[in-house]
Write a protein that binds this ligand. Structure first.
Ligand SMILES: *Cc1c(COP(=O)(O)O)cnc(C)c1O
Length: 436
């Protein structure tokens, strides 16, 4: 590991910028996990990205597995995407009026994910979820929502119930600023446990509008659904007349063109999207059954709007990205790259004296320290975050940029090449052969 002096030299400009940022921005950042609080050290300030790499302000080069937290499945500054954005920008950056681009992107999404019979574009995943739940409540004329502990659905009021305080509890506001009246409408249940949800429905008869879930959880690290979990959720919700909402903000176009719903062949009533469908620009979308989406203004009474919704630059980046992903064998290529990497990482752990496991699906993965199974929020809470932090720092020094938290997914992109993957494996071998 670098000593303090070497560290200061290597990251001089990032350290300086972080100090300056703290004058104006709370914590020096615009989104909390960027601050590296969980892994220590100084957050990087990024100057440039190209393909699988990013460069910080000190010109250190990193192979990037964060990919802007998921959107950049084609890598940074993909030539086709950036060229299209430039062309679109020269025609005007926003009109506050409809463009053909919205139809094109909606059609691409709806074709890939047929459960989205209709959809509405917004500017973030948070907005997508917030709006989807509003329409779910209006449609069912019920107020309560069930979410799963450890699933993240953006930062809207009522969904911030952290769920670290035990299972099957009614939402108690643990984020100051969220009125208790809001969080009391959110029932938090463990992930991967259909019985718990059945019990919650039983305890709140006729009150639950929707169950929202990440069909593959990726915001407590990657946690896969147990066999038949999603199927049973679908059956239960159908039986109880409760809407099933899949938050596919991460899994949409990550697990395949059909998202998790395509992979598992389960059709939710509503789906939330973001990240990849914006190709690195700020976008979200929610959609689903036509009879539900008809509730939205101007067709129906549920108000939801946005100055920059369906923004032409964002639509353009999304269209180019989804078109690139629609070429044959793209997801096979991504799977091959990821398999190679994961195999190499698994070999690398073998030299480690302590427990390490890897939870993965398609091109996303989490290396867990100190646990051998990631099944729900309780099990991942037992992970050894201090060891993850150390691993993170070792990898960073070797030129690998991983998520600065144990509880996040890493993403392989289509432009990670063999050399990148080999370098990653070698760095991991080195990290594990030290005292990790
Ligand atoms: C990222 C994410 C969100 C929030 O999206 P933003 O664009 O950050 O608001 C919501 N749900 C899931 C599953 C996410 O991963």
């Amino acid at each position: 590991m670098l000593d303090e002096k070497e560290f200061t030299v290597k990251f001089e400009r990032s350290m300086d910028l972080f100090n300056k940022a703290q004058v104006y921005l709370p914590g020096g950042v615009d989104s909390p996990v960027r601050a590296f609080k969980a892994v220590g050290g100084n957050p990087l300030f990024i100057k440039r990205g190209a393909g699988s790499k990013i460069w910080d302000e000190d010109d250190n080069e990193f192979i990037d597995y964060v990919g802007s937290w998921g959107p950049l499945i084609l890598g940074h500054a993909h030539p086709k995407v950036t060229a299209a954005i430039k062309r679109a920008a020269s025609r005007g950056t926003s009109f506050g009026a409809s463009t053909e681009l919205e139809i094109t992107l909606a059609q691409l999404i709806s074709t890939a994910m047929p459960s989205l019979e209709k959809l509405r574009f917004v500017s973030s995943g948070t907005e997508a979820v917030m709006s989807a739940l509003r329409v779910a409540r209006a449609f069912t004329k019920r107020d309560k929502i069930i979410k799963c502990a450890g699933c993240y659905h953006g930062h809207s009021d009522g969904l911030l119930t952290k769920a670290g305080s035990g299972l099957a509890t009614l939402g108690i506001p643990d984020c100051p600023g969220v009125p208790a009246a809001y969080s009391q409408q959110t029932i938090v249940m463990p992930y991967n446990d259909v019985n718990a949800i059945a019990q919650a429905l039983h305890d709140n008869p006729g009150e639950v509008a929707a169950i929202i879930v990440e069909p593959v959880a990726a915001n407590m690290g990657v946690v896969k659904p147990r066999d038949n979990y999603l199927e049973e959720l679908r059956q239960l919700t159908q039986k109880e007349g409760v809407l099933l909402v899949f938050d596919e903000v991460i899994t949409g176009f990550r697990l395949g063109l059909g998202g998790a719903q395509g992979t598992y062949n389960i059709w939710p009533d509503l789906t939330c999207l973001g990240k990849i469908i914006g190709g690195g620009m700020p976008v979200g979308a929610y959609g689903g059954r036509e009879d539900i989406l008809r509730m939205i203004a101007p067709e129906g009474p549920v108000y939801q709007a946005g100055t920059l919704s369906g923004n032409p630059l964002a639509m353009t980046a999304g269209i180019e990205t989804l078109r690139a992903l629609s070429r044959p064998k793209v997801y096979d290529t991504l799977q091959r790259k990821t398999d190679y990497l994961i195999e190499g990482l698994k070999k690398a752990f073998q030299s480690s004296s302590s427990l390490v496991s890897i939870s993965h699906i398609a091109s996303m993965f989490t290396i867990f320290f100190g646990i051998n199974e990631a099944a729900d929020y309780d099990s991942v809470q037992k992970a050894d975050t201090a060891r993850y932090a150390k691993f993170f720092q070792c990898m960073l020094e070797e030129g690998l940029y991983l998520p600065p938290s144990q509880f996040e997914a890493s993403f392989v992109s289509l432009v990670h090449d063999d050399a990148d993957l080999r370098k990653t494996i070698i760095a991991a071998e080195k990290a594990f052969s030290s005292d990790l």
